[in-house]
Design a protein around this ligand. Structure first.
Ligand code: DCM
Length: 144
């Protein structure tokens, strides 16, 4: 194995990029968003969110991302325990969030939204990395 191969097989140096996503609840349902880009993720469902920008707290990033992507104002709640790897150098962390105002619309990165009750959570094709977070998020939904 060459040095080059050895190096590329390990996680790269440098800071990890944190992606924050929101488990957004309203009336006993959880919001799922279908990605429209990039091509390899399009059609799969996720908890909406995005990358932390320099100087932002995760909660600030979450509020900004949900405003940009969905056009809503939200209040972050608790962190859902766990951290899930995305592509190399990226990790996903999830917070609960409550809808304060607005009706979510797929403004950016998504082409469809659905509010899902607990018994409907398996009806969409979640991104693999979001599945454990959704399972945790489901614990906060009422039985349905
Ligand atoms: N991502 C993910 N699951 C989420 C939110 C984002 O896997 N719930 C991934 C998709 C992108 C990266 O994180 O590779 C950055 O997201 P965005 O493009 O929305 O900023």
């Amino acid at each position: 194995m060459t040095d080059r191969t050895t190096r590329s097989a390990r996680p790269g140096p440098g800071p990890v990029v944190v992606v924050v996503a929101g488990a957004l609840y309203d009336q006993g349902r959880l919001l799922a968003a279908r990605r429209s880009a990039p091509a390899e993720l399009a059609g799969r469902w996720e908890l909406p969110g995005g990358k932390l920008e320099p100087g932002e707290s995760p909660e600030e990033a979450l509020v900004r991302e949900l405003r940009e992507e969905l056009g809503v104002e939200t209040e972050p709640g608790e962190r859902i325990p766990g951290e899930w790897p995305l592509k190399p150098g990226y990790v996903l962390r999830v917070w609960t969030a409550r809808l304060l105002s607005g009706e979510p619309r797929p403004l950016e990165d998504h082409d469809q939204l659905r509010w899902l009750a607990r018994h409907e959570l398996d009806s969409v094709d979640w991104l693999d990395q979001d599945r454990p977070a959704v399972a945790e998020a489901a614990r906060l939904l009422p039985a349905s």
